[in-house]
Design a binder for this molecule. Structure first.
Ligand SMILES: [Zn+2]
Length: 281
């Protein structure tokens, strides 16, 4: 049905398509949640000082179509939760409405985020309906925004306008820390080198006058992915992808996410650890 809608050129951007032969990005689907499941991000695992527990029973989510992967008989539909999971109170008596979102910072977050995010999401695998259950990553979002090639990542990357190296450029600094060398015992400095894997771009409006931005015209996609997310308040969603940035002096290590800052939505690798130890952690 997804492919039929593509063939027919229908994205249902305004939500008026009534074809029963179509499935579009943003459509709600009848995916049955497992009834139980529990995952605890241990204190320290993602840099926070307390344990963070997620219970499926307290998060019976609704689901929307995110896209399709594969071709022919190997094609499968990707779905995404229609709302945020909320963590449990310490006594698990209910969700923690005061502080519901996953917290992470520093070197440990860079090292463990992908694994922990995937562990949380794996709880939602319905054994009869799903091939796998894992966290959305930045490639899933890029497929929708169209920023899928190295050239486009370089073109839209806003970090280059702050005097920093662009996506794909190499960096090498001696006597600094990687997340691994920072968390080693004993802690050691090392040569920090590689190619910049991080980038960030804004959605639908420029971050500053004249800056490039990515247009997403489909209103239902905007509503599903880019509405009501706040970077600063923690109401963003993390993506199971990590990357590095570099300025002329040191590299930074980041986990990807989507959220709004200063009223503008960004798809971003969000800095969590600086190799010269500005953020530590
Ligand atoms: Zn349609």
């Amino acid at each position: 049905m997804f492919q039929q809608a593509v063939t027919d050129g229908c994205t249902n951007a305004d939500g008026t398509c009534t074809s029963e032969d179509h499935l579009h990005i943003g459509d709600y689907v009848n995916y049955t949640n497992p009834t139980s499941g529990e995952w605890t991000v241990l204190a320290g695992e993602l840099g926070g000082t307390y344990a963070q527990t997620y219970l499926v029973s307290q998060n019976q989510l609704n689901w929307r179509v995110l896209g399709i992967e594969g071709t022919g008989n190997n094609a499968y539909i990707k779905i995404i939760a229609g709302s945020h999971m909320k963590k449990s109170k310490a006594d698990k008596s209910g969700v923690d409405e005061e502080n519901p979102y996953l917290y992470m910072k520093g070197a440990k977050a860079y090292l463990n985020a992908i694994n922990q995010l995937n562990k949380i999401c794996a709880m939602y695998k319905n054994e009869t309906l799903a091939v796998k259950a894992e966290s959305v990553n930045i490639d899933d979002i890029n497929k929708i925004t169209g920023v899928t090639t190295d050239d486009l990542k370089r073109q839209y990357n806003l970090d280059q306008f702050d005097g920093n190296k662009n996506y794909g450029e190499s960096y090498s600094f001696s006597n600094q820390y990687t997340p691994t060398s920072w968390t080693a015992e004993p802690r050691v400095t090392t040569t920090v080198s590689g190619n910049v894997e991080g980038y960030y771009y804004s959605i639908n409006e420029p971050a500053r006058e004249g800056a490039p931005y990515v247009s997403v015209s489909n209103a239902r996609i905007n509503n599903m992915l880019f509405n009501d997310e706040e970077l600063s308040s923690g109401k963003q969603y993390w993506l199971a992808s990590v990357g590095t940035y570099s300025n002329p002096y040191f590299a930074s290590f980041a986990v990807a996410g989507v959220g709004k800052k200063y009223g503008i939505v960004f798809v971003a690798f969000d800095n969590l650890f600086h190799a010269n130890d500005r953020l530590g952690g």
